[in-house]
Design a protein around this ligand. Structure first.
Ligand code: IVH
Length: 670
């Protein structure tokens, strides 16, 4: 068969698969046997294996086993289900602990609860008065799918708990997984044990879930108010006493050295376990400390997943493409001969940046070692020089942006006194096509404006046909034109309209993040929003050229100020923000108004003991107080730490501001 014919045949098989998948998962009324359904899937997978150019988002290789979430009622988690940040080596671990010490402004011996990271699907189980009444999947972390009946089929999950110590109202969280032995029996249906667990758990009909032996290990809680349990390790023991399965490998260790040694040993032994684990989880054992450390946007500061090393394989580089990112960074990507690494077919591998190519002297035609770990992008580790073609030439990195032709540069970093490893397109705004598309994709993304139904592919498509050039165009779309496009129907157009309309109500921090200023991630956007309080005020900082004042914000430094300057020096960027601020309803930052420190303003001078400024500020704000940056009449309290600036104390006394020691201040909060 010729390529064109193969493509047509493949498309036909994909359509068949889509049809039966829908009948099977969504309607739960298949019209062919399971074997026939498996046969279609297998044929598609084989075609993809043999012809690397065949790709489809609807392929079973991408959608294996997942029932569409439309099948389930949704339920908002009482406490968010977050993920964990990853460590891959000792250095990452040391940084993890260093950040904890910085946040606490104190170096102490930390005890860790060490738990195997089972590679399955997390679930949350709500028990009220000892009865299992609601079970949910993680979903997007905020809202999960109600899968109570399916979870009830799992033997490891207690349905009724009589133990009198068991809390009256609690969410127990843990991992649903399938043992390696059980997976072998159903291997043909699923790509890996994790997929099997997920597919089975999210069946519409719980009778289907019953057919696959699933297990559950409990490791944490969501909603739970306890006075008595003070440590994670004690909570794990309590789980066991209440009748849950917990990992027999859980233990408590004390230092990063101990963690690393245990990790080394466990990494080798893990193959003897009955189930797949992809790393170890370390949690600060003490709940009080966990509470102080709190969370960043997606993960707790008090826990980390230490992954096991990657799977790797060799392949040949067919070509090197240069991708242009949202911030203008040029990322070289190796297009390689497709190769199976740990069960996943890889055909692209990142080369990171220009320096990396030079350092490893990577060339088109080279045979290279490629590594992939978990959901991290596959990357090139080394070149097999013995296999290099004598005629091969060094790869020359482009001096001009492949998208807009602007000059590319490597910036000088004044802190590290080094040039950046990354080369960038010098275009700051929307004049570079690739940057503009990436900026719009960022704008609509989940953490930003969160416009459901406007995925990355749709943005690319709308760009191609000239429907959008700037973020504000999203709010002025030609829906007639869209409804005539292939793949769009009345329902999807009205859904799109609805979610665009909904996104108009946005908080200031999300908006500042959405506009995509380099170095202004979610956390920094929050800081700026909290400081400026409203979009009007934010823009007045820009107009009055008062950006330097942001240096008063703990966490904002010269890098962010320079970046804000560069961004707003570009007229088109400013115009876009102005236009958007007229279209959108950007809500002001409203503070918690019920705390003890309402209407109290604070300022610090000197070093606090056992607490960073960031923690102190967040403590004040949690209690409705605010932190100001200069001594003036509005200031109510000056908190004095070690080695304070005496001038500030004198000034405060003159103005009648109360001067407090750290202890007196903490007494205000009990
Ligand atoms: S704690 C905020 N403990 O890893 C705390 N998670 O990347 C988050 N996981 O979604 C969860 N074993 O599916 C925790 N002992 C363990 C775990 C574990 C596996 C999974 C879980 C979670 C993911 C986080």
């Amino acid at each position: 068969m010729k390529e064109a014919e193969i493509r047509i045949y493949y498309k036909k098989k994909i359509n068949e698969f889509k049809k039966h998948n829908k009948l099977y998962f969504e309607k739960s009324s298949p019209i062919i046997s399971d074997d026939q359904f498996d046969q279609i899937k297998k044929e598609i997978l084989d075609l993809e294996k043999n012809f690397a150019y065949l790709k489809s988002n609807s392929s079973p290789s991408k959608t294996l086993g997942y029932a569409p979430s439309k099948n389930f009622i949704k339920s908002q988690h009482r406490v968010k289900m977050l993920s964990l940040s990853n460590a891959f080596n000792g250095e990452d671990l040391e940084n993890f602990e260093k950040k904890i010490f910085n946040y606490l402004n104190q170096k102490i011996e930390i005890e860790y609860s060490v738990e195997p990271k089972i590679d399955g699907i997390s679930a949350s189980l709500t028990y009220k008065n000892g009865l299992f009444i609601l079970g949910t999947s993680r979903g997007d972390g905020i809202t999960g799918e109600v899968i109570t009946d399916n979870l009830k089929t799992i033997n490891d999950i207690p349905k009724k708990i009589m133990d009198e110590d068991f809390p009256k109202d609690i969410d127990i969280r843990g991992e649903v997984f399938i043992k390696k032995n059980d997976f072998i029996k159903i291997k043909s249906k699923f790509a890996n044990p994790r997929n099997a667990a997920s597919g089975s758990l999210r069946q519409k009909n719980s009778e289907e879930t019953k057919k696959i032996p699933l297990n559950f290990v409990a490791y944490t809680y969501g909603y739970f108010e306890s006075e008595t349990i003070k440590k994670q390790s004690d909570f794990l023991s309590a789980l066991k006493k209440w009748g849950f399965k917990t990992s027999e490998y859980n233990k408590v260790l004390k230092s990063i050295d101990e963690l690393e040694n245990f990790h080394k040993k466990f990494e080798k032994d893990r193959f003897n376990l009955q189930y797949d684990i992809d790393g170890l989880v370390y949690k600060v054992n003490n709940f009080e400390l966990q509470k102080r450390l709190g969370f960043t946007a997606n993960s707790p500061r008090w826990a980390i997943a230490h992954k096991f090393s990657a799977d790797s394989s060799y392949s040949q580089i067919k070509d090197i493409d240069i991708q242009v990112g949202r911030t203008g960074a040029l990322t070289p990507v190796a297009r390689i001969k497709p190769v199976n690494i740990g069960g996943v077919v890889v055909s692209n591998a990142t080369l990171h940046n220009e320096d990396e190519i030079i350092r490893k002297d990577i060339r088109i035609g080279d045979t290279v070692k490629i590594e992939r770990a978990g959901d991290v992008i596959p990357h090139v580790v080394l070149v097999d020089l013995k296999k290099r073609d004598k005629k091969s030439k060094k790869f020359i990195f482009p001096n001009f942006c492949p998208s807009c032709g602007s000059q590319t540069i490597k910036e000088f970093n004044s802190t590290t006194k080094k040039y950046d490893a990354v080369r960038r397109c010098t275009n700051e705004g929307f004049e570079c096509e690739k940057i503009a598309i990436e900026k719009i994709k960022h704008f609509i993304s989940k953490e930003a404006m969160n416009i459901d139904g406007l995925g990355k592919k749709v943005i690319e498509n709308f760009w191609e046909i000239g429907l959008i050039r700037f973020p504000q165009d999203i709010y002025n779309l030609d829906y007639n034109k869209i409804s005539n496009l292939e793949g769009w129907g009345d329902l999807s157009v009205s859904n799109l309209k609805f979610s665009i309309e909904q996104s108009k109500n946005v908080s200031l921090d999300r908006f500042l993040y959405a506009i995509g200023i380099r170095h202004i991630g979610i956390e920094n956007a929050k800081l700026l929003a909290e400081y400026t309080k409203s979009i009007k005020n934010f823009l007045s900082f820009i107009n009055k050229k008062k950006l330097k004042e942001f240096l008063n914000i703990d966490g904002i430094g010269d890098t962010q100020i320079n970046s804000l300057n560069n961004f707003f020096n570009n007229k088109s960027n400013y115009n876009i923000i102005e236009k958007l601020s007229l279209i959108l309803d950007i809500s002001d930052i409203k503070l918690n108004k019920n705390g003890k420190l309402l209407n109290h303003t604070f300022m610090f001078t000197g070093k606090l003991s056992n607490m960073s400024r960031a923690e102190a500020k967040s403590l004040i704000e949690k209690n409705s107080g605010s932190v100001v940056s200069s001594v003036n009449k509005k200031l109510k309290y000056l908190i004095v730490g070690e080695k304070p600036t005496n001038r500030k104390i004198d000034q405060a006394k003159k103005l009648g501001v109360k001067v407090l020691s750290q202890k007196e201040w903490l007494n205000l909060l009990d």
